[in-house]
Write a protein that binds this ligand. Sequence first.
Ligand code: BGC
Length: 713
Amino acid sequence: MRARRRRAAAGAAALAAVLAPAVPASAPAAGAAASRCGDVAARPWCRASLSPDARAALLLPRMTVDERIGLLASDDPLGGPLGGFIETAHADTGNGVPRLGIPPLYMADGPAGIRQGKGTALPAPIALAAGFDDASARLYGATAAWEARHRGNDLIFGPSVDVLRAPRNGRSFEAFGEDPYLSAALGASWVRGAQGQGVMASVKHLAVYTQEGSRQSLDSRVDERTLREVYLVPFEAAVKTGGAATVMCGFGKLNGRWACQDGGVLNTVLREEWGFKGLVASDHTAVQDGAGAANGGLDLELPIGLKYNALMLGNAVRAGQVAQATLDARTRTVLRTMFAAGLFDRPAYANDLTSIGRTASEDAARRVEEGGITLLKNAGVLPLGAPKSIALVGAAAEGNPSGFGSSQVQPFSSVTPRAAITARAGAGAAVTYNDGRDVRAAADAARRADVAIVFATDSEGEFFDRSCLTLNCGDPLRGDQDGLIAAVAAANPRTVVVLETGGPVLTPWAGRAAAVVEGWYPGQQGGTALARVLYGDADPGGRLPVTFPAAEADAPAVPAAGRTATFAEGVFVGYRHYDRAKVAPAFPFGHGLSYTTFGYRGLSVSASRVRVTVTNTGTRTGAAVPQLYLGLPAPDAATPQPPRQLRGYTKVVLAPGQSAVVTFPLTARSLSYWDVRADAWKVAKGCYRAEVGDSSRAIALSGRFAQGGATCH
Ligand code: BGC
């Protein structure tokens, strides 16, 4: 607990320090002249002291049916993915009603930073996930929202919290990896950070969105237990813990029902069970049937009212397919959400690029990346020390790769690894660069240098899944990066491989490399962060949020080829699959080395908390990430349990010899499985195993505790 509190305090201080220079001392007072709503005498809903529900109740009856319908769609024919390329355009703009003082609603992508012309390109969300650090997630969300706000937006489409089912998913880079607990904690923190900047977050894409292939029409067949224990978990946390103001429903179907008209998820689970009071927006063109969507719980259609328009939705209401009360409920939700976010009571945020104050965002981008750079292997070559000559190889040294699609940010500026390493190496060292197209020349350059650093990347993005897990799979333009790495490693035994990928790749050459670093898509300050970590100015803070398989066939799932995806693996997603199948991964979930070492002692275990002491046993200051995994007893043969599931983590920086007592609180939910017969969370009777260590496969200590009157034998 102490470590957690310390970490939280440090995180909050860091956030304040980073954003303080730019954050205005005080927001405009609610209800002051700044209000866009108008005079409270004529418009009683403008009284800011009333509750959002009361204000919506006063306003709704004053709206015509067409005005109500008009509020339920944004009005950007070029909205969504296209809008983000244009400097001043918002991704989407919701209609206001000037007659009644209802302001427009301005929206932007997205989960890796603001996408409205140029912005600060943050490291990909998967790099944030590798940080295993809630404070970093708050900083990330705050930075994205800060920039969204200064481009005049009320709402940002992020974070993406879709749990990574198939490692080949084209959007692997855009969310937080394969574990629901980690995704939940980071997503909720992201939302809090973002909304703390006065911008609504839109957590996406509810409910199950796991591949790009056939994404507009895919029917994901998922059993209820898997849904509850895996795919819904991060959304639940974003809503309940993060307080997300909005949710985006996805393309495709879940068990035969279109995501944006699935009343079972949107009305029953999200609203009734989780208590969500905000609005549900559709992904762009995801609405199939307007009446179905209105009845199923969709409030806002994006990017335009293809179905939610006066003609079609109006006819549906007139024909009784949609009850007037339902239309009113949708409208009330939009109004309530806008009232709760303070939109009526302040001027529109100015769209002013110059007001962003880029230094704080750049600093955040670098720090998040340093925290997420994951050292997979180190045979002593890192940190670099002071080599006299360094051969940089591979075109990725000359850029900061990113995924493409609606989360791709056009960076304000970019510090490449080549520039940053050359600067850090200083005048006393010769740094050469070879783009790697001529493998023999690259190997020669490597042979002549004290150290070779070879950079490799992959191609990921929206609309396509990868067709295999090797580097540059399906992208012949990148050449044979595996062959290049092998040739460079053969030429110089002191070869460091720096991967900049959006998800797991196969690493057949890992045995021959002296070090392997996963830098993910590192964002615009990626070069600086990588140079600092390679030289040991910063400890590599990352731990894998995804398993790196040893072979293509070992992956738990692949994107479905047709229009139906059957989630046959059930809850055995990610490391749960490898553990059950007893398959050794190349690098396991949770793995990542520091430049120092850590030891664990004094494990104490109960049903309400697990406590352990972690000590820096090495000679440098470094970041430990103790991880807690629980093995739950199976209540019956039909409910098999994964050997271990992440139920706690923390990040603690320790000086040599320093120790910290780390406490992982447990709740009933930590011990629960979803009981399909009872339709509820249940704690099984039996013996629970608690494991603490540096990764899912480096368990240092374990203990047991019993529940329901059982005993542990
Ligand atoms: C994506 C969303 C994104 C939207 C708007 C869609 O293609 O799936 O995640 O927010 O475009 O750009």
